[in-house]
Design a protein around this ligand. Structure first.
Ligand code: ZN
Length: 183
């Protein structure tokens, strides 16, 4: 695990050009996210860009709206990108997924199967769980596991802004959607 003097963590030697690009896109996503929340989306937004920096797909979390527990921002965006490119495998695109928070256990599986080559996220799962109570799942050493599969990951990009959006989501009493469990 690599770490820079800021908050950024990565599973490769830190590339400052990549961080600069990721910071720009993640700040845009943070900026747009409150409007999605107002429309009834969950508090997460993702976008996929191809290797030439062209936007392929963007989606928020639509679990409540679609009544589908799988419809996290990352999964929605992967589905849209594959449909747009008419291909179940995004590997030839050198695609990058940007998302406002660290992907959960389910989304890591979706990313792994999609052929995405680069992942950039904002708020860490620890912070998501502490602020919202969402259960992000079990993800042992996922960044090094992704590295083994040729997927580069940069995280904790401008996390303070992302955390404040999640804090607002909670204080505005939006739904913390999760299954009911005993014990
Ligand atoms: Zn997820």
């Amino acid at each position: 695990m690599y770490k820079n003097s800021n908050t950024v963590i990565a599973n490769e030697k830190i590339d400052h050009d990549k961080i600069a690009w990721a910071r720009k896109i993640i700040l845009e996503l943070y900026n747009e996210l409150p409007d999605y929340i107002k429309k009834g989306c969950g508090p997460f937004l993702a976008a996929i860009y191809d290797g030439n920096g062209r936007l392929i797909a963007k989606s928020a979390n639509t679990v409540i709206h679609d009544k589908c527990s799988n419809n996290h921002a990352e999964i929605n965006t992967i589905r849209m990108a594959e449909k747009a490119l008419k291909n179940h495998d995004l590997s030839s695109q050198n695609a990058s997924l940007f998302v406002t928070a660290e992907p959960c256990m389910m989304c890591l599986g979706g990313i792994m199967w999609s052929g995405i080559k680069n992942v950039y996220f904002g708020v860490t799962s620890n912070d998501v769980e502490n602020i919202t109570g969402f259960d992000e799942g079990i993800k042992p050493n996922w960044m090094s596991e992704f590295k083994k599969r040729g997927i580069n990951v940069y995280g904790s990009i401008e996390p303070e802004i992302g955390k404040s959006i999640l804090q607002n989501y909670v204080s505005q009493q939006h739904v913390i959607y999760k299954p009911k469990r005993n014990g």
